[in-house]
Design a protein around this ligand. Structure first.
Ligand code: CUA
Length: 323
């Protein structure tokens, strides 16, 4: 769909043929179970195949084949064996899966709670300290993090392959998942539930940092006051999800490009011409459906309450620079 949908390999880490690198305490358990099921399936497939080939040969019809004419009607020990053995295998798989399910469902009581709001097409994270980030979840390493998730529109699904967690995010209810990231780094977040046009671009990342860096990041997020407006605008563009739908190089995405947008005349879906000035930009951020540029869908969510007055001014100043 666009450049953001190309998966950044550095975000996944070097893993095995089957999986990206495992980065939580739970991940090895999940992988073991997966390999167990995989090898059990391969073994039974090969076994079954060999038996079928052998029977084809042994019981092939011919007038002289005495074995083929002898029908076996009942064999109680055989029937018990092929009922009990697969049932036991299923029970083992169920038990291992249930242990994993319990683990992922029951966060430790000291877990830091972060709220996740999904909407078309972005991930928003609300931290206990009042910080909001879009598209990037920043967490300290080796600390339990509990995500309390809901959706503002359709069903999405938060998927972090390195953490081996995937949970549906559903409108009008909360779903929970937790993890304990055990290695510093950047990891990919996907939406794993088809949710419309921008589904493939509904990406995010988890940045796992040291405890010190986490404190530092929180301080930085709370300030921002000392940045020049256009620099602040660029930061907002990259950190609040604008870059998901708006390019700055003229290439088309879900929304109009920001390159050359400032001061230009735009035709709206109702045929009216509008000049991209301060009022238009601010209105488009707070009430995106008020004026929709012709040729685009009215899909942008409102950023009311998500951006400060200064951040909106920052975007305006940043747009002025994108000639
Ligand atoms: Cu959200 Cu797919």
């Amino acid at each position: 769909m666009n450049t953001t949908s190309i998966i950044n390999e550095s975000l996944m880490g070097k893993g095995s043929f089957w999986f990206p690198a495992a980065r939580t305490s739970l991940a090895p358990h999940t992988d073991q179970l997966y390999y167990w099921i995989l090898w059990a399936s391969i073994a039974s497939f090969i076994g079954l195949f060999m038996v079928v080939v052998y029977f084809l040969w042994k019981y092939k019809y011919s007038p002289t084949n005495k074995v083929a004419s002898k029908q076996i009607i009942d064999n109680i020990p055989l029937e018990i064996a092929w009922t009990v053995i697969p049932s036991l295998i299923c029970l083992v798989i169920f038990y291992a899966g249930y242990i994993g399910f319990l683990h992922i469902s029951l966060p430790p009581s000291n877990a830091t709670e972060i709220h996740v709001v999904a909407r078309k097409w972005m991930w928003q994270f609300d931290y206990p300290s009042g910080i909001k980030s879009i598209g990037e979840l920043v967490v300290p390493v080796n600390e339990p993090i509990k995500l309390i998730m809901t959706s503002e529109d359709v069903v999405h699904s938060l998927y972090i392959p390195n953490f081996r967690i995937k949970r549906d995010v559903i409108p009008n209810r909360y779903s929970r998942v937790w993890f304990n990231a055990n290695a510093i780094g950047n990891y990919q977040i996907f939406c794993a539930e088809f949710c419309g046009d921008g589904h493939s671009a509904m990406l995010g990342s988890v940045r796992v940092v040291s405890k010190e860096d986490y404190q530092k990041w929180q301080k930085e997020q709370n300030s921002g006051a000392d940045l020049p407006l256009d620099v602040l605008g660029e930061k907002v563009y990259n950190s609040k999800g604008c870059n998901t739908c708006h390019s700055i190089d003229g290439s088309p995405k879900t929304g109009p490009t920001w390159k050359g947008l400032w001061g230009s005349n735009h035709k709206m879906s109702d045929g009216k011409m509008v000049v991209a000035d301060e009022n238009y930009i601010k209105e488009s951020i707070l009430d995106p459906k008020a004026k929709v540029v012709a040729g685009f869908q009215p899909v942008m969510p409102t950023f009311a309450g998500l951006l400060s007055e200064r951040e909106i001014n920052g975007i305006i100043e940043y747009l002025k620079k994108l000639k």
